[in-house]
Design a protein around this ligand. Structure first.
Ligand SMILES: O=C(CO)[C@H](O)[C@H](O)COP(=O)(O)O
Length: 218
């Protein structure tokens, strides 16, 4: 199983976004997590296509684009053209989730589906075999700097079991409250991709990323 750190730029300094992303990439982060928020599906507004397009010139790392927007199917092609390598849709925000998944695949992109903390795993029942990754939200989406919800441990364990029972080599990404102190425990629950916002970008980015990678690899 491949273990991947995907620092979330939500906690970066937006006035120095390119520099911050380069620092995280140069320190060894394998992916860059880009949170798109529309002020409707979640209470916050973050960034859109022009920012992703500009960042694409700064690094060739995988752009892991997490769409926290209503009806994401409206914008798939534009996100792919902007530079997304993997697009994650929320099960709660796509009225026709199966169709939106097919749209991402047809656009030549890897596809993930995310579940909010209160959404049960049964939402994945009929689409799990169609997707590359499940993103388990371990905070309620919208803001960085929140605490990891401990009840999500069991959800991650159950999802890994569900994937194993189906013989799927599924990537399980965890987003929210991930730190160097809990990353090992989350890995033990069955996740293999770790999003870290404040733990990566608050303070010394290079030192933070190296510390997270070390804790992830232990
Ligand atoms: O999707 C998100 C918020 O909705 C962010 O990726 C997440 O909150 C990361 O921030 P932190 O690691 O500080 O919790």
């Amino acid at each position: 199983m491949e273990y991947i750190l995907s620092p979330s730029i939500l906690s970066a300094d937006f006035a120095r976004l390119g520099e911050d992303v380069k620092k995280a990439a140069d320190a060894g982060a394998q992916w860059i997590h880009i949170d798109v928020m529309d002020g409707a599906f979640v209470p916050n507004i973050s960034l859109g296509f022009p920012v992703i397009k500009s960042l694409r010139k700064e690094t060739d790392k995988v752009f892991d684009v997490h769409l926290m927007i209503e009806e994401p199917g409206r914008y798939i092609e534009e996100f792919v053209e902007s530079g997304a390598d993997l697009i994650t849709l929320h099960a709660e925000s796509a009225k026709h989730l199966h169709r939106a998944i097919q749209q991402v695949k047809a656009a030549g992109c890897k596809v993930g589906v995310s579940l909010n903390p209160a959404t049960p795993l049964c939402a994945l029942e009929h689409i799990l075999d169609e997707i590359d990754m499940v993103l388990i939200m371990t905070v309620n989406p919208g803001y960085g700097g929140q605490a990891y919800i401990d009840a999500m441990d069991q959800k991650i364990r159950n999802l890994r079991k569900m994937a194993d029972e189906r013989g799927l080599d599924l990537d399980i990404e965890v987003d929210g409250g991930v730190t160097a102190d809990n990353i090992g425990h989350i890995k033990e629950c069955g996740a293999n991709i770790f999003v870290a916002g404040s733990a990566a970008f608050n303070g010394d980015i290079e030192a933070n990323v190296k510390k997270l990678l070390k804790a992830m690899e232990e």
